[in-house]
Ligand binder design. Structure first.
Ligand code: 5GP
Ligand code: ZN
Length: 142
């Protein structure tokens, strides 16, 4: 399914050009226009899904192997020493384009530094309560 108003549908399906580093029947992988580091890539499915919660299991099963392939190529091709795999899901998590995409962000020994969360604190009681709230809300998908 393609969404006529979706920029990533247009890019993934070739209607708008982008710096493409990989393409197959299901995905186009492009460079991000506002890279967090050199080589910052986006894996775009050609089919439209708003976010990871909407992804088909067929496409989902292919995303992580492709992320690993791209990350390894960033290390080999660019001299990156590591990479982050990121999926922002929802506005409050920083998602700005509502066509599912996976960021593959190369990391280099000399930076740039990229903001991560600051570890907080908790207690065993709070952890037990929080875990219960989440586990009780997991849908039975069997
Ligand atoms: P999000 O914030 O939704 O997780 O990530 C969206 C990403 O898409 C951002 O990193 C942004 O720089 C990138 N982006 C937005 N529009 C375009 C575009 O038209 N072309 C490319 N190559 N990247 C885009
Ligand atoms: Zn789309």
């Amino acid at each position: 399914m393609k969404d006529d108003n979706c920029i990533f549908c247009k890019i993934a399906n070739g209607a708008i050009p982008a710096a493409t580093l990989y393409e197959d029947d299901d995905f186009r992988v492009i460079l991000d226009l506002g890279p967090a580091s050199r080589g910052h890539a986006l894996i775009l499915p050609k089919e439209h899904f708003a976010d990871v919660t909407q992804l088909s299991s067929e496409v989902a099963a292919k995303v992580l192997p492709l992320a690993a392939k791209i990350g390894k190529a960033q290390m080999k091709g660019l001299g990156a020493t590591a990479f982050n795999v990121v999926m922002n899901t929802g506005k409050d998590a920083g998602q700005t384009v509502f066509h599912f995409h996976t960021h593959i962000i190369p990391r280099y020994a000399d930076g740039p530094s990229i903001a991560a969360w600051k570890p907080g604190t908790t207690t065993p009681e709070e952890m037990a309560e929080t875990a219960g709230l989440i586990s009780g809300a997991i849908d039975d998908q069997a």
